[in-house]
Design a protein around this ligand. Structure first.
Ligand code: KG4
Ligand code: ZN
Length: 345
């Protein structure tokens, strides 16, 4: 009898600065989850350098995938499919991971499943929680920032997106400005605990129009201008804390707007995901908003918020019988989520 391709899936991720692989079962067991972060390769430059990222993926991918297979203790013959990120992302890295995943699938004689990285962030919560469709998703990562209603594994209604920077990008740029290194989000979160978030009156962009779109470029510029007045490290810490509070306020406002719009849609829950969802102040504030609306609130565990292979493997399981199980699927730098399913090649 032919095995279901979604039984035990190897997932491979390489769209930004993490080389990651995991083995996940359809019973939601994460048998392994290996992440190699390229922080050391990029910290000198204060951000991700695409060419360096692609080369680093190439250097590490076989080690990461082999470790994921070994840690899982699953015999290779039991793997039923290989899922690989095929976009959106830094195309050099995406090509490395997608090509490796296809070769692995061929070698194991199992289907290859092309995974959309944003869809993986959107669906990852279903790996650890029981969340039914449709649910509201606020995705906030380094590359993406959007609000959407997730109707099905391949059906996303985008109701708001960023007009300029993503929220993770804003964290990274502010950390760079304050000399706190890369990646910026965790640094800003850590430093902010010692700061007074009321010292600097920063703007809350696009928080008056009832819109679900985001804008962070003006906030980043306001932080740059305010940083010129900082004389001491404590001033900078207060500025970082004021920035984080401004972001928390903006995200809370946007979540409120989205919940107002979603009132008639029979939403089952509100979910946050992506690297910025790892931030405790953000998690608590958005949980409070959802609580006011009486809607269950979910955020994946912190390790599944930032990029990882488990969310790719899980999305492969969710989409195992989808037309994207095709070796011909070409990697894409851009691949937006759409309403009527993720368009095939
Ligand atoms: O989801 P992710 O790992 O990669 C993308 O798909 O982009 O998100 C990375 C982003 C970075 O901008 C990083 O600074 C931010 O998430 N981030 C955080 C935190 N941890 C990671 N931002 C705020 N607070 C955090 N604790
Ligand atoms: Zn991501």
């Amino acid at each position: 009898m032919k095995r279901n391709p979604g039984n035990i899936v190897l997932g491979i991720e390489s769209s930004c600065d993490e080389t990651a692989a995991a083995v996940v079962t359809k019973e939601k067991l994460i048998l392994s989850n290996v992440v190699y972060s390229q922080i050391r390769e990029h910290e000198h430059f204060g951000g991700v350098v695409p060419e360096i990222a692609a080369r680093a993926h190439l250097e590490k991918i076989d080690l990461v995938v082999n470790k994921a297979l070994k840690d899982s203790k699953v015999d290779r013959s039991k793997i039923t499919a290989v899922a690989g990120t095929c976009g959106p992302g830094l195309i050099g890295g995406v090509i490395v991971g997608a090509t490796f995943a296809k070769a692995m699938a061929m070698a194991l004689d199992v289907p290859f499943i092309a995974v959309n990285h944003i869809a993986a962030h959107a669906l990852s919560v279903r790996l650890t929680e029981k969340v039914d469709f449709p649910y509201l998703l606020m995705l906030m990562s380094g590359g993406h920032c959007q609000l959407c209603v997730v109707h099905a594994v391949d059906d996303f209604e985008v109701i708001g997106k960023t007009l300029d920077d993503s929220v993770g990008e804003a964290f990274d740029k502010v950390a760079k400005l304050l000399n706190w290194g890369y990646p910026g989000g965790p640094a800003v979160e850590k430093m902010s605990t010692a700061g007074d978030n009321t010292v600097f009156p920063l703007p809350r962009p696009l928080c008056h129009k009832g819109s679900c779109d985001f804008s962070f470029a003006g906030l980043k510029t306001a932080v740059r201008i305010a940083s010129e007045k900082c004389r001491t490290e404590q001033d900078r810490i207060n500025l970082g804390a004021s920035f984080q509070q401004a972001v928390v306020d903006v995200l809370s406002y946007k979540m409120t707007q989205a919940l107002e719009i979603g009132k008639g849609q029979h939403l089952t829950a509100a979910v946050i995901s992506g690297g910025v969802a790892a931030n405790q102040s953000v998690r608590m504030a958005l949980q409070r908003v959802c609580h006011r609306y009486g809607l269950p609130f979910y955020a994946p565990p912190v390790v599944l918020c930032t990029d990882n292979g488990a969310m790719i493997a899980w999305t492969g399981i969710e989409m195992a019988n989808n037309p994207l199980c095709d070796f011909r699927f070409a990697p894409r730098p851009r691949w937006p989520l759409t309403r009527r399913g993720i368009s095939p090649c």
